[in-house]
Structures are given as C-alpha cells and as structure tokens.
Design a protein around this ligand. Structure first.
Ligand code: SIN
Length: 298
C-alpha cells in the first residue's frame, strides 16, 4: 500500500510502494501534489525507469521544459537532461556542474517551474559515505519569519531574474568550463520579472520567491536600495535553520516543488567518483489552475 512518510525535518517525505513506471491514478497524482506542497521535497525510492518513463511521469504535472543549456539531452527525448561528471571516450556524457549553488530552477523563465523530477542512477560514495547530496531551503518558513515591515514593503513588488547571473557566476567563481551563453540562448531566456512573494496554489501559503541564483534587481527601486534589500532577503533565506539535505540512493526519484524550495547540488565528489542523474523540469503552466488537483487537466 502506498505510504507517505514525512522526514520530520523542515522539508522532505518519502512516498513508498508507488511504482512510477506505471500510469499514475488521479488519486496518486493528487497525493503527490499535496505531499510536495506540504513537504517540499519527495523521494520515491527503488524506482526502475527508462528515460521515456521518467518523461511520462514528469509530464503528468505540467508541460516539460527543454532546457536552454541544451547540449546534454537524452537521445530523442530532449525533455530529459543528463547531469553527470562521467566522461566516455574523452567526451562528457552530461552536464557536470548543473545547479551547484543556491537557486530556484526556471525563476528566470516567463513560465516558472512547478517541479523538478530527478532520477538517481550512479551516486558517488567515499569510504562508504554518500556524496553529491541535493540540499534544499524552505521558502514558506523563510517567508513566515520575515519582519512585518519587509512583508508589507515588498507585498506587491517584483524582481528581475536573469538566467545569465547563475551561468556567469559558475564561470567566474567556480571554475566552470561552460562557455558563455550564446546570443541565441540569451534571446531565448531574456530577463523576466517575478513576484517577490507568491501564494502557493495548492497550500495557499505565502512563499519567498526570490533567490540568489537568478534575482538581480527589485523592479522600480534605486539600485543601491534594491541591492541592500536583495542581500537582506538572500542572507535571510540561506539560514541553516531552513535547510534539508537529501542523501541519494541509486534508483531514487526525487521530486521537489520549486515554488516552495531553493536547492543546491553539493559538489563534494571528484572526477573519478561518478554521479549520473537524469532530470525533467516541469513548468507551472497548469498548477495554478483551480481544477489542477481534480485531475480534470490530465
Ligand atoms: C539541479 O539543480 O536541478 C541539479 C540538482 C542535483 O544534481 O542534485
């Protein structure tokens, strides 16, 4: 029987005994969406999914993004991106340094992300210790704790998010070998404005939806004031009290609600300690529809 086991921490739950390779019933679909809204991060252990099945599962929740970074995609399934440090015959098989700092996927997109769905195939270990955790921060808790004057000052404010901010930070500060974004990539993902606070469509809770990965400017505010306020929000949301870490096992499917969380892929493993993860990104193009949970939109 399908069972939800909360981690008892600030985020995280396991959903056991649900085979994601099989078509998902309306009941289990709603269970997953509610579990994500409540616990932010959901692990489905012991899954056995071909890339096409990963795509089919993820696509139940919204339209899938084809990532603008583009190069490392599953053959014939561009919605499935390969994240890996494995090199075969001198060629990397995946993107080696995706997500290695705090960010929210697709906050830089006109249509933001609802969820990420990752499937762990090779997980690095050293002396029995699991490496390459994915860490999360709870943005409902972070919003709740904000001082009232900040909540009212930024109530209807928006911030500009830019895909190039994270990309360039990886090149500048983390020694990433990724080349600069091309003109075409930049044209496909121009800077966009997003609300700083948003109401979660399923839980109704308010969320702090700015993140240090992509937010560059509070719109309509003098630059120095925007810089100060953004820095305050970043320091606030990065506090360890909001943090939860997922320690991977092979065959985990890890799904998280991008409206509730920030995440960071921990780069604590070396070139010969292999990590292979396949990823789909689900757009929030359906989750804001009031009929979403009823399954009417399947
Ligand atoms: C991501 O940012 O989606 C990558 C997370 C990970 O590889 O742990």
């Amino acid at each position: 029987m399908v069972e939800v086991k909360p981690s008892g921490k600030i985020l995280g739950a396991r959903v056991e005994e649900l085979d994601l390779s099989k078509p998902l019933s309306a009941e289990h679909f709603a269970l997953i969406v509610r579990t994500m809204a409540t616990h932010g991060v959901v692990c489905f252990p012991d899954q056995h999914l071909a890339a096409a099945a990963l795509k089919s599962f993820a696509a139940r929740f919204g339209t899938l993004e084809v990532n603008v970074a583009g190069t490392f995609q599953e053959p014939d399934i561009p919605e499935v991106m390969i994240l890996s440090n494995i090199v075969e015959n001198g060629r990397p098989i995946g993107m080696a340094d995706a997500g290695q700092d705090w960010h929210t996927d697709m906050s830089y997109s006109k249509t933001i992300a609802f969820a990420n769905v990752l499937y762990g195939i090779h997980i690095p270990r050293r002396n029995g210790r699991v490496l390459g955790n994915t860490e999360f921060l709870n943005m409902v808790a972070a919003y709740d704790d904000l001082p009232d004057d900040i909540k009212s000052r930024l109530k209807d404010a928006t911030a500009t998010h830019d895909f190039n901010k994270f990309w360039e930070k990886m090149r500048r500060e983390k020694g990433s070998a990724r080349p600069p974004l091309t003109e075409e990539q930049r044209r496909k993902k121009p800077p966009v404005s997003q609300p700083i606070f948003l109401k979660h469509p399923i839980s109704g809770r308010m969320v702090l939806y700015a993140n240090p990965g992509y937010a560059v400017r509070i719109d309509g505010m003098p630059e120095h004031e925007s810089d100060e306020l953004l820095e305050f929000l970043f320091q606030h949301q990065l506090q360890p009290k909001y943090k939860y870490a997922h320690e991977w096992s092979e065959n985990d499917v890890l799904m998280w609600d991008d409206l509730v969380t920030l995440h960071n892929a921990v780069a604590d493993y070396g070139a010969t300690e292999h990590r292979l993860i396949k990823r789909c990104q689900v757009m929030a193009d359906r989750v804001f529809d009031p009929n979403y949970l009823s399954g009417a939109l399947q």
